[in-house]
Design a protein. Sequence first.
Length: 353
Amino acid sequence: MARALRLAEKGAYTTKPNPMVGCVIAHGEEIVGEGWHVRAGEPHAEVHALRAAGDRARGATAYVTLEPCAHTGRTGPCSDALIEAGVARVVAAMRDPFPQVDGAGFAKLQAAGIAVESGLMETQARALNRGYLARLERGRPWLRVKLATSLDGRSALASGESKWISGEASRLDVQRWRARCGAIVTGAGTVLADDPSLTVRLGDDTAFVAPLRVVLDPGLATVARGRVREGDAPTLYLHAPDAKPPRDFSAQHAAVPVREGRIDLEAVLKLLAERGVNEIQLEAGATLAGAFLAQGLVDEVLLYIAPVLLGENARPLFDGLGIEAMTHKLQLDVIDVRRLGEDTRVLLQPRRQ
Ligand code: AOF
Ligand code: ZN
């Protein structure tokens, strides 16, 4: 299963909106076939592994990181393929919450006399597909906030400018996190201050599916400008219901509820989940980052700490948290720490009360 999980992760940049899935077919210690889901619309992991195994799938055990599907989507049901190949036993890491599967894959296999077990390395399998699971189980994507900070906890100058705080290794690392996500979300303020392109630039020919670039812009103040509409990735503007895009507007746009000039963030997340976004990377300023955090909508903080000082006039990481007493402090758990050149990368998760 550990091997199957590693195979699954090879699809991290390309399977969206589908989950990453890996499959290993074995007789005891001997692996006879393996595969992973590469791209939505293409064969599932089991099909690749069964093809590789050929006749040797008969009587074998299939280790799969997700329940084999029972439905005919863009490909035929994997449970049928496993049955036809004569597999004797299927060990899954977890059940697939996808409504058309959700136990039906296991039931099909069992009805055909195949021994089925589920739950092996489930924690790791759930962590791998945290975005897919967030979308299906709670109706909103997994949300990661990416921030670059100075040693004194500042994210931008007073002007809002926040470019080039972190070093080159960190900036390349950010590209890999971007490649994983289904949408990169930013705010109008960041478009005006930094003019980011929000594209994925991995520096090599690694395949990826370009994330949707989303600009939260209640009044559509930035549509006439910005690199966010250039390059090879779609862009979606989310605006107030009464804002009207210019007549010759070519980018995607949609209205979301706005209260007192502030976009309803939960509505944004619901809309993006409905569009198949599993994982969001928020790359915005302190106002938007603070609003998501204060509303409990942040799942993960990706923080690059650079050995620079920006001084007391610079902007904080998060605005509007409204913390007055120690008892109100927000506690996060450190998931991972590593050095990237001169910078330190810390991955954290807000602790759920
Ligand atoms: C599996 N093995 O490798 C994957 C599965 O659009 P489709 O036909 O590719 O179906 C997508 C759904 O199939 C997805 O939401 C999930 O339930 C399942 N993904 N299942 O047996 C795989 N990728
Ligand atoms: Zn399948």
